[in-house]
Design a protein around this ligand. Structure first.
Ligand code: ZN
Length: 501
C-alpha cells in the first residue's frame, strides 16, 4: 500500500517538475495522500514512540523508498560552503561505492579551493560544493540514484559532474551495464549505433561533438556512466568528455522501445511488470478536509513570543524526536524543509503539519543561492514548494535561504512568489557545537522577545537539547509560536528579509 502510494506521489512529482503546478490535480492528490498519511502515519507513530522509549538510537522513520534513506550534510566555513546529499542503504558495500564517489568530489573541491586561495584571497566570493541526487524506483527495490555535483572554487565557471548508481536492494548489489543488457557482439554493436544516432540527432549538442572521443567512449561501453528506467537507457557524459565546453554535460537517452531488444529479459520484465504504466485512474477526491489544525490562540501583545525554527530536515531519526519533545511541552515551531528530504519522507512532513507546526521552504538541494543564476534559483524554490505541497497539501509561505545567503535575484524571486524571506536573530550554533548543553546556553543567553531561533533537526544533539531548552523558555515566560504567527503579531507582511519580528 505504502509503496503504491509512493509511486503515485512520485508520478505526480515527476510531472510537477515539468509543468510546475497543476494545482487541481495536486490538491486532490494531496488530500488523498494526507488522509492515507494520517491513517498510516498514526499507526507508525504510535509504534515508534513506544519503541523510542527503549531503543531510541535504532528508530528510523521509514522512507518512501523501501531500503533506502537519505541525509544531507551541510558545512559552512569562512571560505566555502558545502551541501551533500548522501543516500544510504543497509548494505555496506553499496554505501561504500556511493561514498567513494562523493568523497572523490569533496577531495577535488578541497584541492581546487586551496589553489584558489593560494592564487590570492577572494574576500567577496565563497567557494561552494553541492552534491544532489534524484532518486527513482525503477522496479521493486531497484533504484536509480542520479547524482549531480557542481563546484565553484575560483574561476568563472563551475565544474559539473554526473554519476548514476543503479542498485538492486533485493540482491544488495550495484548493477553494471552488462547486468541489464546482453553482452554479445550484435547487441553491443546495435547499442553503439543507437548511442551515435541519439547524439548526432541532438540539435543542441551536435555542432560541438568530437567524433573521435565518442568512438573512444563507445569502445568501452561498460565504462560509460549509465542508468535505466521506463524512459529508456540514459548515458551521461561530463563536460569536455565528448564535446566542446559549450555543450556542457550531456545526458543522452535511448528510448525504451529502441533499447528493449537488447535488455536482459528478466530485467525488462521487472522494469515493466513491477510498476505498470500508471493510467492516472486515481481514487476519487475526498471532499472532507481532515486536517487537524491547531486553533490559533489569541495572542497577548504584551507577552514574550519567540519562534523556534528547524532547518535541513526532515530527518528520519532526529525530526520525530524533535516533534515528540515539542508535543510534550505543547510548543509550536517552524520547519524549513529541503524538497529533497521531503521527497524521501513525505509522511514525516505530514506529521509536522498534523502536529500543528509550520513548514517553510529551504530550497530543493541546499545550494548557496548566491552562486546560481535566476533560472536555477527559481527551480530550487519552485520545485521544493511543490514537493512540500504535494506531501502536505500546504504551499509554504516562508523561505529561508541556505547559509542565510541571498542577493537581489533571490529577493526578487521571493517577492514574485509571494514568499517571505526568513532569517534569524539567534543562532543556536548547534551545527558547530553539536552539544546539548552548549546549544541551550547559546540560545538562552541571546534570546529576547520576538527572537527567531535557528536550530537544525538533523543533529541528535539538537533533539537532546530540546526538553531542557523548552523547559527554560517556559520558566522565563517565553511562548513559542510559528514564524508566520510571530510576523502577524507585529503586522509584518511582505517579502522581508526578517531577522526577528
Ligand atoms: Zn540549511
Amino acid at each position: 500500500m505504502l509503496m503504491k502510494l509512493g509511486m503515485q506521489i512520485k508520478k505526480y512529482m515527476r510531472e510537477g517538475y515539468s509543468t510546475v503546478m497543476r494545482s487541481k490535480v495536486f490538491v486532490g492528490i494531496a488530500f488523498i495522500v494526507l488522509i492515507f498519511g494520517i491513517f498510516y502515519g498514526a499507526n507508525q507513530f504510535a509504534g515508534q514512540s513506544e519503541e523510542s522509549l527503549e531503543s531510541r538510537e535504532e528508530v528510523t522513520f521509514s522512507s518512501i523508498y523501501p531500503g533506502l534513506n537519505s541525509e544531507i550534510h551541510t558545512k559552512e566555513t569562512e571560505k566555502y560552503t558545502t551541501s551533500i546529499s548522501r543516500p544510504y542503504t543497509e548494505d555496506a558495500t553499496i554505501n561504500e561505492s556511493i561514498n567513494e564517489w562523493i568523497n572523490q568530489q569533496e577531495k577535488e573541491f578541497k584541492v581546487n579551493m586551496e589553489k584558489w586561495t593560494e592564487d590570492g584571497a577572494d574576500t567577496v566570493h565563497r567557494g561552494h560544493l553541492n552534491i544532489q541526487v534524484e532518486t527513482e524506483e525503477i522496479a521493486e527495490m531497484i533504484y536509480v540514484l542520479e547524482f549531480e555535483a557542481y563546484q565553484i572554487a575560483g574561476g568563472a565557471n563551475g565544474i559539473n559532474r554526473s554519476k548514476a548508481f543503479v542498485i538492486d536492494l533485493n540482491e544488495n548489489e550495484q548493477l553494471h551495464l552488462f547486468d541489464v543488457i546482453h553482452k554479445n557482439e550484435a547487441s553491443i554493436q546495435n547499442i553503439q549505433n543507437l548511442i551515435r544516432e541519439e547524439l548526432y540527432s541532438r540539435q543542441d549538442v551536435v555542432d560541438y561533438l568530437f567524433e573521435d572521443k565518442i568512438e573512444d567512449e563507445l569502445e568501452e561501453l561498460d565504462s560509460i556512466e549509465w542508468s535505466v528506467s521506463r524512459e529508456g537507457l540514459a548515458l551521461y557524459f561530463d563536460e569536455y568528455e565528448i564535446a566542446a565546453g559549450a555543450a556542457g554535460s550531456i545526458k543522452a537517452v535511448i528510448p525504451l522501445n529502441k533499447i528493449k531488444p537488447y535488455l536482459q529479459e528478466s530485467f525488462t520484465h521487472k522494469l515493466i511488470e513491477d510498476f505498470p504504466e500508471a493510467d492516472g485512474d486515481t481514487e476519487s477526491e475526498k471532499d472532507s478536509d481532515q486536517k487537524e489544525e491547531k486553533k490559533e490562540e489569541e495572542l497577548d501583545p504584551n507577552s514574550k513570543y519567540i519562534a523556534l525554527t528547524f532547518d535541513d530536515g526532515p530527518h528520519p531519526e532526529v525530526t520525530p524526536r524533535v516533534l515528540d519533545a515539542l508535543e510534550k511541552y505543547n510548543s509550536t515551531a517552524t520547519f524549513f524543509m529541503l524538497g529533497s528530504q521531503v521527497d524521501y519522507y513525505p509522511l514525516l512532513a505530514q506529521r509536522v503539519v498534523a502536529d500543528g507546526h509550520e513548514i517553510g521552504n529551504h530550497t530543493m538541494n541546499h545550494p548557496d543561492l548566491t552562486t546560481l543564476d535566476v533560472e536555477q534559483i527559481m527551480e530550487e524554490v519552485i520545485v521544493s514548494s511543490s514537493i512540500i505541497e504535494e506531501a502536505t497539501g500546504i504551499n509554504p509561505k516562508l523561505i529561508r535561504p541556505p547559509y542565510g545567503g541571498f542577493n537581489d535575484d533571490v529577493k526578487n524571486i521571493v517577492e514574485d512568489k509571494n514568499l517571505s524571506l526568513i532569517m534569524w536573530s539567534v543562532d543556536s550554533l548547534d551545527w558547530k557545537s553539536r552539544e546539548a548543553e552548549a546549544i541551550n546556553e547559546e540560545v538562552m543567553s541571546n534570546i529576547s522577545d520576538g527572537s527567531i531561533i535557528l536550530l537544525h533537526d538533523i543533529h541528535s544533539a539538537t533533539a537532546d537539547a530540546l526538553p531542557q531548552l523548552l523547559d527554560s523558555l517556559d520558566k522565563e515566560g517565553y511562548k513559542t509560536i510559528s514564524v508566520s504567527h510571530l510576523l502577524e503579531l507585529r503586522e509584518n507582511s511582505g517579502a522581508g528579509p526578517y531577522f526577528s519580528r
